[in-house]
Design a protein around this ligand. Structure first.
Ligand code: ATP
Length: 370
């Protein structure tokens, strides 16, 4: 059921059969989503997939064409944004330039007529949360981008919202600062236990920060799962390609016996195991393997396995690992991430054009309809 025994909502955010169109453009289609209390859920997807539209519908800045929005168990579909008790932080900080940091952070409470001494106390607490105690009297123009974004966060948190919505909040920051802010926000979010929706089109950011990620495509959710599940068990080829790299071999199903699917493409054969993918003999499929699941050897592997011969076309040394690009005899350009250890030291003596064998385990072969 939707409620637990105490009558408290199980989900902090619940969207049912949500549609949104702008004139003839359908931005969201039959979308269902539930977010349990305290979770950080990321909406990830390419430009135009509907992330911002979805966030604005939850915030109440947009009205759905049809469907229902429930927050903390209450139907808020027709409730205006300012009554939804939601904290919003956007990429552009939208701080008031002529107010100090403390005045910016206290703005929402002042508007609600909260007593001065209470506002001062809460501002101090909110600034401590984002580690900006010493900057209370500065103006936004006297702060770095990361500090301005922290002020925006404090300004949202001071109202003790039941839900926090973050729309590409770190997009304008450089990589190092961005990573620092990601970890900081994640820790803050965990400590406060505040249900949070985070929008980004950056897959690395999504993997770093999320409890779960909803991968969106053309107004729909393709898959919603933990970062690890999305990477290791993508349900669709779109998710496979949107999160991380892989080598993809077009093949045909030969036969399926005892959960083992045998595949062929000319002289190249492979198999998958561990899961019945439900393909019938004769189906055309794409067999995909993640770069970290493949290993390289200089001779043909003796044991039965999935293996294919190829020529090295590039090697990118990155310290603990090296990325190899290999043109295989199956016609696919394979990408292999190889740990640099004593066992793989022989690879350092190879160069572009040299022959290698790529191999991987049947259980690490992912299958998608072609
Ligand atoms: P981005 O990452 O580029 O911000 P997004 O995933 O946030 O993209 P939305 O901004 O939600 O995507 O847009 C979803 C779809 O709705 C797109 O096709 C977009 O062109 C369309 N759209 C968004 N806002 C409007 C509007 N005000 N009028 C008409 N069409 C719109």
């Amino acid at each position: 059921g939707r409620y637990d025994v105490d009558g408290v909502a199980q989900y902090d955010i619940e969207l049912r059969n949500l549609f949104k169109s702008y004139g003839s453009v359908t931005a969201l289609e039959a979308l269902d989503l539930t977010v349990p209390r305290g979770e950080l859920l990321t909406l990830l997807g390419p430009s135009g997939c509907g992330k911002t539209t979805l966030l604005r519908l939850i915030a109440g800045l947009l009205k759905p064409s049809s469907g229902m929005v429930r927050i903390a168990g209450k139907n808020v579909t027709d409730m205006p944004a300012h009554r939804r008790n939601i904290g919003l932080v956007f990429q552009s900080y939208a701080l008031f330039p002529h107010q100090t940091v403390a005045q910016n952070v206290g703005y929402g409470l002042r508007m609600r007529g909260v007593a001065r001494n209470v506002v001062a106390q809460k501002v101090a607490e909110a600034l401590a949360l984002v580690r900006l105690e010493r900057f209370a009297e500065r103006y936004p123009s006297q702060l770095s981008g990361g500090q301005q974004q922290r002020v925006a966060l404090a300004r949202a948190l001071i109202l003790e919202p039941s839900v926090l919505l973050l729309d590409e909040p770190f997009a304008a920051l450089d990589k190092a600062l961005r990573e620092e802010m990601q970890l900081e926000v994640r820790e803050l979010q965990r400590n406060l236990g505040i249900t949070t929706i985070f929008v980004t089109h950056d897959q690395e950011e999504a993997l770093t920060i999320s409890d779960r990620i909803a991968v969106m495509n053309a107004g729909r959710i393709e898959q919603i799962a933990s970062p690890r599940t999305l990477y290791e068990e993508p349900e669709t080829e779109f998710v496979l390609k949107f999160i991380g790299q892989s080598s993809i071999f077009p093949m045909q199903v030969e036969e399926v016996t005892d959960g083992v699917t045998a595949l062929r493409n000319g002289a190249f054969t492979a198999e998958t195991s561990g899961r019945d993918h439900g393909f019938l003999a004769g189906s055309k499929v794409n067999a995909a393997v993640r770069p970290g699941k493949m290993i390289l050897s200089s001779e043909r592997p003796s044991e039965a396995c999935n293996c294919v011969e190829g020529k090295i076309v590039g090697a990118i040394y990155l310290g603990t690992i090296t990325h190899y690009h290999i043109d295989t005899s199956a016609g696919t350009r394979a990408v292999v991430h190889s740990q640099n250890t004593e066992e793989t030291a022989f690879l350092e003596r190879l160069s572009t054009g040299d022959r290698v064998w790529v191999q991987w385990s049947p259980k690490n072969t992912l299958l998608f309809p072609a």
